[in-house]
Design a binder for this molecule. Structure first.
Ligand code: DX5
Ligand code: ZN
Length: 218
């Protein structure tokens, strides 16, 4: 059963509660939070204070995607802010095993993300210690970009990698996901689809979530 995790990056930040209500009505499974520090990626978005104010608004799991240079420094803050999961980029974690262990010690689900040009070989050894692998299908830092089609094969490889784990590992795909490519991405093995632009750009958020799920499960 595919999970839909809309990214708030493309939401209207002045009415986040109302937009989250729409996501819930559309049947969203998680809320994907794109945390960007303006260093690891060019954009700067929002941090733990905003997440803390969002926590009481929804019961949906908060899925924090840390696109930051030093994620270790932020783990406690996001745990206190109420997130359920933290995904860090392998490209920012020289001591990745310690980082994902720390996330789990905080009682959260741990995820590792790889950029389009980063090989899956960089995360082979960490698979036994994570709950999620995030395959970036755009270069991180912006919403509304085009899905990099060569990533489909990487998703298939990643599916084989997570299937080999002895614990359940979600395979999340993030970047340029829409109702046109959702089916292929799901068939390649993705279990969670992140989408920002394709959810928030159509005017009817509720409908867009339903459309994306329908497209993925057809
Ligand atoms: C990009 C973020 C993605 C992005 C997805 O750096 O990690 O979550 O917001 O948005 P779309 O679906 O617009 O590519
Ligand atoms: Zn993201």
């Amino acid at each position: 059963m595919i999970r839909i995790a809309p990214s708030l990056l493309s939401a209207n930040f002045s009415i986040l509660e109302a937009q989250i209500r729409q996501l819930e009505r559309g049947g969203a499974d998680w809320i994907h939070l794109d945390i960007m520090d303006g260093h690891f990626v060019p954009n700067l978005t929002f941090g733990a204070p905003v997440v803390r104010s969002l926590r009481p608004v929804t019961r949906l799991p908060l899925d924090a995607h840390l696109m930051v240079r030093e994620p270790d420094r932020l783990l406690d803050d996001f745990q206190k802010a109420g997130v359920d999961r933290i995904t860090v980029h392998v490209e920012t974690c020289p001591h990745l095993h310690r980082t994902v262990t720390q996330i789990r010690t905080l009682g959260l689900k741990a995820g590792v993300a790889v950029n389009p040009s980063t090989s899956l070989s960089t995360i082979e050894e960490i698979i036994p210690f994570v709950d999620l692998v995030l395959i970036m299908t755009v270069n991180p830092g912006f919403g509304g970009q085009k899905f990099i089609s060569t990533m489909l094969e990487k998703i298939e490889q990643a599916a084989r990698l997570v299937e080999s784990a002895s614990q359940p590992v979600e395979l999340e795909v993030d970047g340029g996901v829409d109702e046109k490519n959702a089916r292929a991405i799901a068939r390649a093995g993705a279990t969670v689809l992140v989408a920002g632009h394709s959810i928030f750009s159509k005017g009817d958020i509720r409908r867009a979530v339903q459309l994306l799920r329908k497209a993925a499960t057809e």
